[in-house]
Each structure stands twice: as C-alpha cells, then as structure tokens.
Design a protein. Sequence first.
Lengths: 326, 443, 288
Amino acid sequence: MSNLYTVSPSPHIYSDDTTRKIMYRVVYAMIPALLWSVFVLGVDALRVTLIAIVACLAFEYIIQKYLMKVKPSITDGSALITGILLAFNVPSGIPWWIIVIGALAAIGIGKLSFGGLGGNIFNPALVGRVFLLISFPVQMTSWPATRQSATDALTTATPLGIIKEGLVNGTPIAQISKDLPSATDMLLGNIGGSLGEISALFLIVGGLYMLIRKVITWHIPVSVIVSVAAIAAIFWLVDPQNYINPLYHILSGGLMLGAIFMATDMVTSPMTPKGQIIYGVGIGVITISIRLFGAYPEGISFAILIMNAFTPLINTYIKPKRFGGN
Amino acid sequence: MLKTFKKGGVHPPENKLSAGNPIEVLPLPASVFIPVAQHIGAPATPVVQRGDQVKTGQIIAKSSSFVSTNIHSSVSGKVKKVDFQADSSGYPKQGILIDVEGDEWVEDIDRTEELKKEFDLEGAEIIKKIQEAGIVGLGGATFPTHVKLVPPKGMKAEVLLINGVECEPYLTSDHRLMLEKADEILVGIQLLKKAMNVEKAVIGIENNKADAIQLLSQKSKEYEGIDIAVLKVKYPQGGEKQLIKAVTGREVPSGGLPIAVGAVVSNVGTAFAVYEAIQKNKPLFERVVTITGKGVAKPSNFRVRMGTPTSALVEATGGLPEDTGKIISGGPMMGRAIASLDVPVTKGTSGILLMKKEESKREEVIACIRCSRCVSACPMGLEPYLLMTLAEKQIFDRSEDNKIMDCIECGSCSYTCPSSRPLLDYIRFGKGKVGEIIRSRKK
Amino acid sequence: MSITVIYTVATLSAIGTSAAIILYFVARKFKVNEDPRIDEVEGNLPASNCGGCGYAGCRAFAEACVKASDLNDLHCPVGGNETMNKVAEILGLEAVKKDARVAFIRCNGTCDHRPKTNIYDGATTCSIASSVYSGETDCQWGCLGYGDCYDACDFDAIELRSDLGVPKIIDDKCVACGACVDACPKDLIELRKKFPKERKVVVACRNQDKGGVARKACSVACIGCGKCEKECKFDAITIENNLAFIDSDKCKLCRKCVPVCPTNAIIEENFPPRKIKVEEKEECRTAK
C-alpha cells in the first residue's frame, strides 16, 4: 500500500484556514469583553459564562450522539461560541437553570433541529436569548448593579430601559438624563446590563481583531451601526426634547454586541457584500424601530432574527457581479 | 500601484523552488511514448507503423482536422508499436511507442544556438508554418495556436498579450525561459504579431520575477511595439480572461472569446516555440518542464523531449523522494494528479510536482458554514458554494442560470474553503453535465 | 364579553362562507374535463413515480396509456405484466407480455480480484471520479464503488459493500426502473431478464481491453477468448471488443459456459449446488 499514489481532482493545495480556526478566532475576539464583564459584574459573570458553555457543549454532544446518531462535533468551536454569546445576552444574576434552558433552546432548536452547523437559519444564541426573554421576562431583565455602582440598589435599569420608560411616559430627555450614565461610561462599560453588552469599547476591540484576521468583513457591522445612527439622528434633530442623541443609541444596549458578533454570524448572514449591506441596513432599521416604537426597550435580537429569515432570499436575488456580465 | 485583475483571486504560497536553476537538457530516455492527442481538438492520425525508422522532428501523426495538430517524433529510433497508455488525463490514450536509437535529426532543422532576428514571411505563411510545426498553447491549455491566430469572421485582433505570468505556485519553466531565451521569445512575438497583423504586444509578468522583468524591459526596446506590463502577484492571473483584464482593463464577455475584446493571448513558451519553428525550422517536440516539490533533492528545469516518461525526469533530480504521496502533472492549482510515473511528458506538461505524503491528503470535509470565502475568491464572480450544491443535487437548469459555464476551473474556491469542501470537483461535474445539455439543445 | 364572542364567530363564519362560495364558482369555471380513465389507470399503477417507463411519473404514464392506440411501447416495469393487464382491461386494449427484468452490475472486480494501484481522494461519487481518471485500479472499465447507483435507487435495492468494493443488487427489491443504469458512468448496469428463483448466468465484466491487459488489471476479467461462445448451444453469447456478452433473452441457464471460462468471468448465481459464499471482509474501498 505504501507505494500507491493519491489521485484527486485539482487543486492540490489548500489554504491553512480551517473552520475550526475561524471559530476559535471568534472566541478569542470575545475574551476582552468577557474579562471586562467579570471585572465589572463580579464572579457571577464568570459563573454564567461557564454554565452556558458547559450546557451548550453538553447538549450538542448528547443530541448529536444519541438523538441524531452522528459523530459529535463539539470540538469545532461553534457550540463554544453559542455558549459564550448566550452568556453575553443574559443578566449576570440569572438562575443557572434558566441558562440551561436557554442553551437547550439555542443548541436543540436553534441549531441541531436544522441539521447542525451550517444548516441553521437563525443565529442559535439569539434563538436561546429570545426564547428566554419571552419565557422568563422578569429574570431576563433584572440586571444586578455593577460593583462600582454608587447606589445601594440591588438591581439597575439599563439605559435603554430608562429611555423607553421616558418615551412611553412622555418625559423629556432632560429630566431622565440624570438617571442615565454618561457616554464615556457606556463606551467603557461602567454600566449595568447583560454580560456582553456593557462595554462597547471591548466589543469594538474584538471586532477589529476579527476584521484583521479576516473572520468578518466591515459590511455588516458598519451598515447596522450607520443605519441605526442615521435614523436616530433624524428623530433627534427633529425632536431633541423626546429623543436621545444617536451616539447614545449606538453605545447602549446590545447594539455593538449584535452588530459585531451576532449579525456577522457567517451561517446566517448573506454571502455577497451587497447582500450583507442590505441585511445590515435591515437590522439597523428594525432595531431602531423597535427601540423607538416597539414594546421592548431593546430590539437588536429580534431584528437580527428577522433578517436571518431574509438571508436565503437575499442570497437568491443579490448575486455577485459576474465577470464579463452586464 | 501595480496592475492586476479586480475580482477574486487568492495568494497561495509561491514555493518557486527551482527559480534559480538554469534549464538543463534532459538525457534521452530509452524509449518514449508519444500520445497522438496532446492538444485540444481531434487526435492526430498515426502515419507510422511498427518497425518504421523515424528521425527526430519527423511527422509521426498527422493533424486530422482544422482544430488538431501534427505530432512529431521527439527522438530518432524504431517504432515499437502504436499502443494505448494512460496519459495525464488518467485514461489510456493512443500513442506511438518509440525505442530510442541515437539522436538523428531531420536534416533541415537548424540546430545552432545562433539568434536569427530577421524574417520576411507573410502572415499567412507564418500561420501555415506554425500549423505544420504542431504548435499548441504551451501554458497548459494546449489549444492549437494556428486556430487562435485566425480570428472568426467580423472580428479583429488589436493587441497580442503574452503570458509570462506563471501564477501557478512551484512552476518556473516560463520564468527560466524568459531569462535564458529573451531574444528568441521577442522574435517569436514579432512573428506572432505579423501573423495576426497587429501592431502591439504586451508581455504580462508578475512582480515576483524582477530579473525577468528587468531583462525583458531592456531587450524589448530593440523591438518595435512590445511593452512589458508588471503585474501584482495574484492567482489566477495567468488565466486568459484575468490577464486581459489586468493588462487592458477589458472584460471578456460571459461566454465570449478573448477576441471579442480584441485580444489574443499566447504563452511565452509558445512564442519561443514559434521562433524555433520559423527561424530554425524546428517543430514542437521538446519543451521546458519544471520538476519540483518540497522533498525533491534538486528542483530543476529541464528541456524535455515529448513522450519522455515522468520517471526519467524524477531520476534526473536525484530519484523519487521516499515519502512521495502524490505526483502532479502541471501546477498544484490546476494540474492533474497522475497515478503512475509512466505517464509521458506532452505538449501541455509545464511541470511535474512531487508532493509529500502529508501534503497529499485532503482534510476531512465538514459542513459549509457559508463564510462566503469562495464567493470572494472566485475570479469570475460566481457563487461556488451554490454551484456545488446545485451540481450535487443535479439541478442543472439553475446551475446554468447561475453561470456555471463561466467557471475557469482555477480552483480558488476549493483552495480557500475552510471546511475543505470539494467545490471544484462538483462544479466541474455540473459543468460537464450542463455542457452536454447545451450541446444537445443546439442539435 | 359575550357580544365580542358572538361578533367574532359571526364574522369568521361569514368570511368562511363567502370564501366557500367563491371557491365553488372558481372550481366550476376552471374545471378541466379530463378523461376519467386516466385516474382509473393511475389508480392501478404502483405510484412509485420512478420514471422507469420513460415518462415523468405515474400520471404522465397513465395519460400516455389513455392516449395511445396500442400498448406495444408502453410498459410499467415496476408493476409488470399484472399491472399492464389491468391497464389494458380498463382501456380495452391488448397488453404485450414482457419479461420481468432485474438490474445486474457487470463487474466482479472486488478488492481481491482487482488490486488497487492508487488511492482516490476526491469527492466520493463515481461520476466525479470517472471524470478525473480511470479509477483506483488498472481496469478503466470496472466499478468505481462510490455508489452513484445506490444514490439513484429509490427502492433500497442496492447495497453498498465496502468489503467487496462493488455494490450488490438485491433482486427481490429491484423493480428494473433503470435509474441505476443511467447513473453508472461506467455503463456497467444492465437490465436482464428475471429468471425464476433469481437465477442468473452473467459475464460479470465490461473490460474491452485485450486479454493480457485485462487479466493484469483484474483476475476475473473477461479476456474475450471466445470459449464460452463456442460452448453455447443457444447463440446467447456474442464476443465484441474482446468482451463476451450473454443475451439473457436467449440464455437457457444451462450453465455450460461457466466452467469453460478460464478467468471465472462468468458467474452463476442462486443455483443450489454451487452457491457462492460471500465472506465478511475488511473494508477495502471507501464508499459512502
């Protein structure tokens, strides 16, 4: 056997990049934001993350091995990403069993029911998050106070929650702004919120790393952020009494997390740059619409899920420019 | 800012191991097997029989139609038989087996090395001589050159592009040829220009061959109407359509020929062969072949007679490395893996690449994560992931709508896929099927 | 509260009723007058939609039957004569009796008989492998073993045998639809007459190389020697391109050709005394 040569169709060389390497690069990109959340929110943040990771990996293994009867692929890094993203999307004080249910929804419904990696239409972590948000609205919106928090309160409202309340009650921005953290605080992440959404700065750092390592392209994050900012700016310019400035919208809530880490999920986003921009703008428009007019203070999760559903359609109609085509 | 084509492309490691080694003449093998189909088009018809004595340069198989070429004996000796043997296509093909006896050339071939610049032939005469000499595109596509030089009715060539890009990793045969036979190539280009009746020729060279660029830029001043275009390294720049785009900025329309934008592309090797055929009366029976690989003791460039078995080349570089796992005829991106060392060198063999065992096996195929790298790597603006799925599911009408026939099979998609999916395998299959459907529709 | 309920029920009922009325008239207006016999014929067909008859599914075949003036060229291989008789009865036509057929893979180039000379490492389908080269062995004619026939079969009648390297057809499941015949890039599969007890005598080889070449590549290759042709009393065997072929319509299963074959290229199956035993072997050729 040793002297037999291999025959295969061309090409015969391959780039070193593997799916696993790409997945782990995403994991590395999330580490700064994770460490920051532990610093701000305490050991609870670490507890939540570990539970989410272990639960996701365990469900992936169990379902693949015993239900689907295929070789489990837990080492490919995709379940690990789902676990960390799920943790990023929940408050640090959440009971462990809710995280486990979220992991089951994410991996079981969001991913493996579509056939596993590559087959899913929706971002699994977001399926988990939205499942939890609808099932356990109270626990999902009780954010423990940060360690640096000056007040003695056990929980805090998120900036977007305060703004939403103000918007619903018709309170002018000037009145509620004393309750709001400063933009600098939000950039650095010195605020309450879910694990991954508190520090825009560290999310951006992770995003730049992914951009440099060619895991993502700029199209989706930029189009999401720009479209949110543009629409927020229009409302703010027309009625600065009731609407807060666009910078606040960009830095608050899960926008950065969604735009950089969740909307860019390769499996559920369009293939062509043009398609990605359409997708990103769609997410931006839906997000800001929910924030300004919807029932929820935050809308990026729903926006991404809705645009995920449009991805196959975008892929079908938005084609790359063909060489030699008109 | 260097020129290059805009869309897609990849940057595989260059690994030009043999770039510094001058072209050597390979000793004659004991016997050669010369396939009668070394070109695209109808196979030539053998005109010798078992037992015939042949001389080097003698016609042994005649062109059987317009898109076909003559095959010349590359050695002198006795025809052992007309037989079938596997060539790089992987299937047994008809060919002529000749036992080598001495090296007696046909008398009117000029065997001196002396450079002969002047010529006073008419275009049609040049084309006729090219046809008789059996010249095909030596870049690998092996399309008969005389067919290319006659534009279809109503079309006019404006510029001749000479492909000195050699974008395939490892291969250095064109690079060495440009360094060692620069004047001959330039005369060959003048001959091609005359044959096509064009005023301008541009040699495209990637900037990883600085020495060749410098030499040719300097020498081309002595010749009228030859420019050098320095191109940024990017695969597959040597593809006809990509080269035209890079040098002229024009895009060959989908399904069209380069002549549609007034361009004809020829390889530097072809230009050299044209020089030899016309100025030296020497038909195409030898070419420069790179033999290389990470395990090869002495990666080299050889001047090889057609029909020489691959094993003879391997011997000359110090023998087959022990851990050889794959032998490729051609470059690593578009070459064909061959199953044995008996496969002969033909007009289209630009190199032999020996790959180590650990480089030979493909990685395990996993699910597509729709990272869209294949889409951004495709130089033709196609969606390889989609074309693969469609071919796999045999949905050929949609494959056609998604321009599967535009695929140039450069392999950039498979190269770049992080999930090691056999994209090009399936696309090539789908292309074959769609091609059949299109042909049957025309009938 | 109850008002709301009544209101809701009333509205929905009204919408439902009006939709039903619209549908009724639309259905009346666009009613297509079809020959009722088409449904009747289709009801008697096996509904496998395999395309074995040459039509795009059972309904298309039923339409063709109803339109046709005779049933000479129409045959449902899955249902066989029984089905065709029923169809003929409905249409008042005569059914032509046709022998039942079964597919057979004419290659016995298992790993023992046909040594591997290289390793294939591309996409595991026969059609792609055959577009790359002639295959993992020196025989360019034989089975590649990646199971394109298996993928094409809708009836689970083909079994992949990684121990043999050549798939096997399960005769009682095969309906002779011909899907595998089209799928095989090496054109190995033939639809042969189905004999009682699944008995068969077949040249299990398609190698058209000259004897020596064929033999070198595979120990059970047909070398085209012609001994079987001479032995056959029923003119069932012909030799063409160095290859023997047994016409199953002429073969009487006398088995005289089997022992004379010097390379055992002719195989007999399901004859009680000389039943071929298949041993479990290690996997020798990758198949899906």
